[in-house]
Ligand binder design. Structure first.
Ligand code: G6P
Ligand code: MN
Length: 446
């Protein structure tokens, strides 16, 4: 099995490689190709992977390239995990929105929109090259904003592109542990869009354990989402939202806390990762581990601080979500071992409120034929409203990126529930265009 990782110099690549090394089963990945524009970043990651592979018999062979066509040719699976504009771009996305008094975040609100505008021309090119050079490959999309990017890529690749995210898995794992049940034995009734989903039921042997959990104050506030949202709010909506919903339900607090912080998340990560990517001596793996732990410890720190949620649980510092979903997805497809995973795929009637081509995040059956969404119960009214609004935003982003329409870009910003003025939308776009060269394609357009 040949796996190509686009964004091969990315910080999370060693997580994927570690999962591949641990996979001893048949049909395992034997060749990994790392593709990245930045040769020095892949070199650093290459050193980490080499250390990880030390002493492991039959470790997947690693090949490195800065040529996209070469990377795609012969691939069975393509992981797309790129960050157009790098962390520097992310820091701009976050800072400008916060300066204007609205949420500045990687994937939510104005920041996510502008990140999408920057990313889609690149992922569109990738999708076309995959269609031309590796039409039978499966594309696993981690590239954020993952829902928007997956939907845009699906216009070229149909169901051959599947979007993934670790946040529903993390939520499922935490809820299962609060209930004292095996995460593998539960049916998670989770639905929505990427970073905008709700867990409405947790079924074990035909019984829904969520109503009981909602009444158990101690168990409910023992994990991240319970601490962030508070037991009372979870009981009020009768569901457990994805942690990213904190930016909506507690928007004022999140914005205030982020504005008060010394630097944005993107800027903090630049500082955290600088030494890792520039150090050429000593153990690259050791430095990667310490840097990774620092990153996990500070994840959503301001949100937690804003509502007095305290420190992150130590089990959440051990990652496992991101690479495990990717590996489980690849194995199910490659070995035709049918399983259920929460993935981003075309809706096909799964969520009644959205059309068939809208990419949604729902439980899917996965096997050699790819991922098929299962039909899910309708979302509660307010959630459905939010999902419809954000899908309209995502589509305006796709329209702007594919046609170059500046009006569509302003519309995306203006109709987002977390951007409160049309005038502000226009000003945000102007300011982003001044600092982000990748938005040049919109300049001077209608
Ligand atoms: C989670 C989300 C990703 C997101 C990441 C941000 O893993 O699922 O989509 O990119 O968090 O984490 P960071 O450490 O970069 O702020
Ligand atoms: Mn995600």
């Amino acid at each position: 099995m040949r796996l190509t990782i686009l964004g091969g110099g990315g910080f999370r690549v060693p997580l994927v490689y570690r999962a591949l090394l641990a996979d001893r089963g048949k049909g395992r990945v034997t060749h990994v190709t790392l593709y990245d524009l930045d040769a020095s970043r892949i070199a650093t990651i290459g050193r980490v992977l080499a250390e990880q592979a030390e002493g492991v018999a039959d470790a997947p062979e690693v090949h490195v390239t800065t040529d996209l066509d070469e990377a795609l040719t012969g691939a069975d699976f393509v992981f797309s995990a790129i960050r157009v504009g790098g962390l520097e771009g992310r820091a701009v996305d976050e800072r400008i929105a916060l300066e204007e008094g609205v949420l500045g975040q990687e994937t939510v609100g104005a920041g996510g929109i502008v990140y999408g505008l920057r990313t889609l021309p690149v992922t569109d090119h990738i999708a076309r090259r995959v269609a031309a050079l590796a039409p039978d490959a499966w594309v696993i999309n981690f590239t954020n904003p993952a829902g928007t990017v997956t939907e845009a890529m699906s216009r070229h690749l149909g169901d051959r592109v599947i979007g993934i995210c670790d946040s529903p898995v993390g939520l499922g794992r935490r809820v299962a542990s609060a209930l004292g049940v095996d995460p593998a034995a539960v049916w998670l009734d989770y639905a929505g869009l990427n970073h905008l989903g709700w867990l409405r039921a947790v079924r074990v042997e035909g019984r829904d354990l969520l109503p009981g959990l909602l009444q158990d104050e101690d168990a409910l506030t023992s994990f991240e989402e319970g601490k962030l949202f508070g037991a009372e709010w979870l009981r009020t909506i009768g569901a457990i939202p994805n942690e990213y919903l904190h930016y909506y339900y507690f928007n004022r607090e999140a914005v205030t806390a982020a504005r008060a912080a010394r630097q944005t998340r993107g800027a903090l990560l630049i500082d955290q990762q600088r030494r890792f990517y520039t150090e050429t001596t000593g153990s690259a793996l050791g430095l990667w581990e310490t840097t990774r732990l620092e990153r996990e410890t500070t994840y959503m720190a301001e949100n937690r601080e804003a509502v007095g949620a305290g420190e992150r649980e130590s089990c959440d510092l051990e990652s496992g979500g991101y690479e495990q979903v990717a590996l489980a997805l690849m194995r199910a497809i490659a070995l035709d071992e049918r399983t259920t995973l929460i993935l981003n795929v075309r809706n096909r009637g799964s969520l009644g409120a959205l059309d068939g081509d809208a990419v949604v995040e729902v439980p899917c059956l996965v096997d050699a034929n790819g991922a098929r969404p299962v039909a899910v119960d309708p979302l509660p009214d307010h959630a459905q409203g939010l999902v419809s609004s954000v899908k309209a935003v995502e589509r305006a982003v796709i329209e702007a990126a594919t046609t170059g329409s500046r009006q569509a870009a302003v519309r995306a910003l203006a109709v987002h529930p977390l951007v409160d003025s049309v005038k502000l939308a226009g000003r945000l776009l102007e300011r982003y265009e001044q600092e982000l060269p990748q938005l040049g394609y919109l300049r001077g357009r209608n």
